[in-house]
Structure formats: C-alpha cells, structure tokens
Design a protein around this ligand. Structure first.
Ligand SMILES: [Zn+2]
Length: 325
C-alpha cells in the first residue's frame, strides 16, 4: 500500500511536471505566434448601410445591429476604430446617429469621420467634397467634445483620394488644416458584397443561404489575408502592422467571432489604429492619383515602380446573390 502510494505520488509529481512543461511550451509557442502578426480593425459606414433592405429606415434595427457589433468587439477584446457616415436616405437613420455614436464611444471604440453622405470624390468638386467633410463633423464632433475629445481620423469613402494631383493635394491640405490624420488601410476586401448578399438572404428568410454566405465570407477573408501578408513582404520587405477594412453590417455583427478566430489562427493579435500607424511603413510614399480606391500597400508598390497584383475578389455566386439574381 505504502509502495503504491509512493509510486502514485511520484507519478502525480511527474505528471504535474509534465503538464507544467507542456503548458509552458504551449504558452511560449502561442506568445511567439501571436507576436508575429498585428492588425488594427477599422469599421466603415457606422451606423451601417448594408443593413437589410426591409430595415433601412428602422431606427430599432440600427440600434440592434450596432449593439451586436459592439458586443462582438467586446467579447473578442478587439480594439477598433469606426468611421461614421451621419447622413442617409431616411430620417430614422439620421435621427438615431447621436445615440449610436454614444454607444460606440461608451464601448471605448474610437470614431473618425467618413464624410456626411459618403460622396465620390471622383465625381464632384473639391469645394463640395470639403463641405461634406465638415457636415460629417456635426454629431460626431459633439459626441467627442462631450468626452473632451476631438475628431482625429478621416477615411475617404471608397478610398477615392483624387483623380489628379490638384484634387488629391487640395483635400490632403484641407484635412491637415482641420487637424485630421488620414486613416489608410492595407487589407482591402469585398466584405460589403458578401454583406449585401447576406442581408438579402435574411430578408427572404433564407437562413441556409445566409449561413452558406457567411461560411464563404470567412474562407474568402482567409485568402485576402494570405494575399496581403505576401504582398506586404514583396512591397516592404516584411509583414507590417496591417489595417483591416470592414463595414458595419449584419454580416460582420453576426459573424465577427469566426472572423476573429480565422485571424488568430493566422497568428494575429489586435492593436489600435494609432499603434498600427506607428509602423514606419506608413511613412512610405503615396503618389497615386486616379479613379480607383486602392490599398496603401498598392500605392507604396506603385511609388516603387512595381506592377500591381489583384487581391482576391468574391466568388461569382456571391456577386450574383448580392445583385439579387
Ligand atoms: Zn464607406
């Protein structure tokens, strides 16, 4: 009995030592892996435009969607920056904006300006675009002022930064004069197309198609990350701190957990936009002028005389579902 007990105790100690070793190995390898890649999550079009067609004028639906999105960020401990579009086609959407901005700020999420009405710089005058930027500071500026803060970041709608040098320079100077920092993105994707297809499926009550779209979305985003990780090495010689572009949509609100788990599998930890932009890569030249909205990795590649590569697009069936045919 004594012998058995001694043997049992020794075994237990051996097992405990083994477990502690195994745990520390896991902890070390996880730490090493997590430290490898970093990404800042940015969420455009707050309080959401790709909301279901049947709910586009429903204040309660915007409220519910944004509560879900913020809960997903909190649950996954992901810092994020939202970019606000205060205007919109419906009075209820415009009316609910101050309340939703308060929700985001209460949740500790940073907010930047994404213009008032999401205009296209390619199709308007500099003066009209500037006026839309200023109009977009109304509820946002007030919500931030109540917390002793000011608007810091601006995100160009559709990433259109000017078709020619004069326009690009005029808007850049205007942003600087109002104290803005441009918020570039490096990981560009078609989440809004998946979001449109997903919202349409939900509107039809077609849950199985909505689930299939969500699954396809996560697989697609995995390929997008793969592309920009490799492209980052080609363009800058290393994997930089990335900035991800997402949109405030039912798709992202409902499936953010899966997106986070895909990113974690790829070795990502989550950082703020400030932390991402501290990477010296963001000081590289962006001389691009033209009609296309491009990832800043593409802009830096062009400045270095490189030939661009096309990032992954959504599968054809998702395009069809988004169009409603
Ligand atoms: Zn946008």
């Amino acid at each position: 009995m004594g012998l058995f007990r001694t043997f049992f105790c020794v075994s237990l100690i051996a097992l405990a030592v083994h477990l502690v070793r195994a745990q520390s190995v896991v902890a070390v390898s996880e730490t090493a892996q997590v430290a490898q890649r970093q990404v800042a999550v940015t969420i455009d079009d707050v309080p959401g435009e790709a909301i279901r067609e049947s709910q586009r004028c429903d204040a309660a639906a915007y409220r519910t969607q944004n509560i879900k999105m913020l809960e997903a960020l909190r649950r996954n401990k992901v810092p994020a920056t939202g970019f606000v579009v205060e205007g919109g086609r419906c009075v209820p959407r415009r009316a609910v904006v101050p309340e939703i901005l308060k929700m985001w700020l209460d949740a500790g999420v940073e907010l930047g300006n994404h213009t008032y009405s999401h205009p296209d710089l390619n199709t308007m005058t500099v003066a009209a675009y500037e006026a839309d930027i200023v109009r977009g500071e109304s509820a946002l500026g007030k919500a931030l002022a109540e917390r002793g803060k000011k608007i810091k970041y601006f995100r160009y709608p559709m990433l259109h930064t000017g078709k020619n040098v004069a326009t690009k320079k005029a808007i850049e100077d205007f942003l600087t004069s109002r104290g803005y920092t441009n918020a570039p993105i490096t990981i560009d994707d078609q989440d809004f197309v998946f979001a449109e297809a997903y919202a349409k499926a939900l509107d039809r009550g077609d849950r199985s198609t909505a689930d299939a779209i969500a699954k396809s979305y996560i697989e697609y985003m995995d390929t997008v990350f793969d592309f920009f990780e490799r492209w980052s090495v080609e363009v800058t010689g290393r994997e930089i701190r990335q900035v991800l572009l997402l949109h405030d949509s039912p798709l992202n609100a409902d499936h953010f957990d899966e997106l986070v788990s895909m990113m974690k599998k790829r070795g990502y930890s989550f950082i703020t936009l400030d932390e991402a932009l501290a990477d010296p890569a963001y000081k590289l030249s962006d001389n691009y002028t033209g009609p296309t909205g491009l990832s800043w990795l593409h802009r830096w590649a062009l400045a270095k005389g490189m030939t661009l590569k096309q990032e992954p697009r959504e599968p054809a069936n998702i395009t069809r579902l988004a169009r409603g045919n």
